[in-house]
Design a protein around this ligand. Structure first.
Ligand code: DLL
Length: 435
């Protein structure tokens, strides 16, 4: 189901709407936020200079440092009394990034998330279990209000306590699961360990996953665990921009449709900041054009993607972003070779003898980088055969070398021995950063 008419606007109409909203937003922040005004003056551009969407690239970027420098409310365009909600990023170092919403912002957010849920197949018939951690993370409350607005029955179970989650799934006949892909994988495993067959014993038919990447082999794992009739989509967002609701996959599974009447995307070269031509891969930059409290202009997401402008078979005309390759700051440089953890995942999950969980450790010994990857065997029985383990290690090593051009040490470990995650997974440890 297509939730809003804005999702099917002809490009020209969409661009007219975007320009109008961009001009209003730029004028407002120029008047209200000294830090923005200073940046614009430095870049030699005034609000009245924004005459077409082409002028967007003349505006200065915003990045996480701007939010930190103006912590907590310095970039807000409204007084604190006008805020009705505050969230914060889960930043591991230093101060978190604080984001705020006016009442209108909450309505916008809810609307954006309802669209994404509808794209993934949600209807008012669904019982939606939200297994994101409630709290300062935007994921849970974002999906919560979006799904309620759509008319679904929402169960705010939050994350953790997996067996109880499964009990609720059975008793409430949950049909829609909201979780990070890592947690969905873990819940699926526990369902099977409990001797249940999700296709027969549960009613879950939609997985709305997000908050972290899901590669295609990981999606295949979801089908294997949850059943091949499950509709598995992912959606994307970021606290600074709004939370979830920036973009989501429709059931054609060919990229995530961006809510373009609220967010203007660009792709830039991370190093030079140059805007790249349509179809290029690079860093995603987003401008919020309908936010009231915190409308970030040209926010550098650090997420690596590509934009696809061709209309989709689903009938939506909004631009799609390719599923992320990763974040520019997650990219590992190992002996001069650039490696995204998602590339490693793609290789590993295609090997049938191993499961979907892995851990990557990068370290340096005698000035040489090395990478060790721990992978779980899918089946205990292999542990008995030393020769077979050796062969498997070699097979994984060779596949990784072909894709990455790099050697890795492979350590095969027993099934279910690696850490499981109830929120966003942390699969990479780079010990070189501590040197
Ligand atoms: O993760 C918002 C969100 C919650 C989106 C739930 C979708 C569902 P943050 O905690 O600020 O916000 O983290 C934002 O997470 O820059 C990406 O690197 C990553 N991310 C989010 N969704 C995806 C996705 C929420 N579908 C950061 N694929 C972003 C890959 C994702 N990465």
């Amino acid at each position: 189901m297509i939730w809003a008419k804005e999702e099917t606007l002809p490009r020209e109409e969409m661009e007219q709407l975007q320009l109008l909203r961009l001009q209003e937003t730029v004028t407002r922040i120029y008047e209200k936020v000294p830090a923005y005004r200073d940046k614009m003056i430095e870049a030699g551009i005034k609000p009245e200079d924004v005459k077409s969407l082409e002028d967007l690239k003349r505006l200065p970027f915003t990045n996480k440092k701007d939010l930190r420098d103006n912590y907590p409310f310095g970039l807000f365009t409204v007084p604190k009394k006008d805020l009705v909600r505050i969230h914060a990023s889960s930043g591991t170092t230093g101060k978190p990034t604080v984001v705020g919403y006016t009442e209108k912002d909450l309505r916008t957010w809810t609307e954006c998330v309802s669209r994404i849920a509808a794209m993934g197949g949600a209807t008012q018939e669904d019982v939606a279990q939200i297994c994101f951690g409630y709290g300062m993370f935007t994921g849970a409350l974002g999906l919560h209000y979006g799904l309620e607005n759509l008319g679904a029955t929402v169960c705010p179970t939050s994350s953790g306590n997996t067996q109880k989650q499964i009990m609720y799934m059975q008793d409430f006949e949950t049909s829609l699961l909201v979780a990070t892909p890592s947690y969905a994988l873990h819940i699926g495993e526990v369902v099977r360990q409990m001797g249940l067959d999700p296709e027969k014993d549960l009613k879950v038919r939609i997985g709305l996953f997000g908050g972290e990447g899901m590669t295609e082999p990981m999606r295949e794992e979801m089908y294997k665990l949850w059943g091949h009739t499950m509709k598995v989509t992912q959606n994307y967002g970021m606290s600074e921009l709004i939370g979830p609701g920036v973009s989501g996959e429709c059931l054609e599974l060919c990229g995530m449709h961006i809510n373009e009447d609220h967010f203007i995307p660009e792709i830039i070269d991370t190093d030079t900041g140059e805007v790249l031509p349509p179809g290029s891969k690079g860093e995603l930059v987003i401008t919020c054009i309908t936010k009231e409290a915190l409308p970030l202009i040209r926010y550098r997401t650090k997420d690596i993607s590509r934009l696809m402008y061709e209309p989709c078979k689903c009938g939506r005309t909004t631009v799609r972003m390719e599923n992320l390759s990763g974040r520019s700051d997650d990219m590992l440089i190992i002996r001069g070779v650039n490696v995204f953890p998602s590339q490693i995942e793609e290789v590993l999950l295609k090997v049938p003898e191993i499961g979907a969980h892995y851990e990557i450790v990068v370290d340096r010994k005698k000035h040489l980088d090395y990478m060790e990857i721990k992978v779980e065997l899918a089946d205990e029985s292999l542990l008995d055969s030393y020769a077979k383990l050796g062969e498997l290690e070699q097979k994984i090593k060779t596949s990784l070398r072909v894709v990455l051009g790099l050697d890795a040490m492979i350590k095969l470990v027993a099934p279910r021995s690696l850490q499981r995650f109830e929120g966003k997974a942390k699969r990479v440890t780079d010990l070189r950063k501590d040197l």
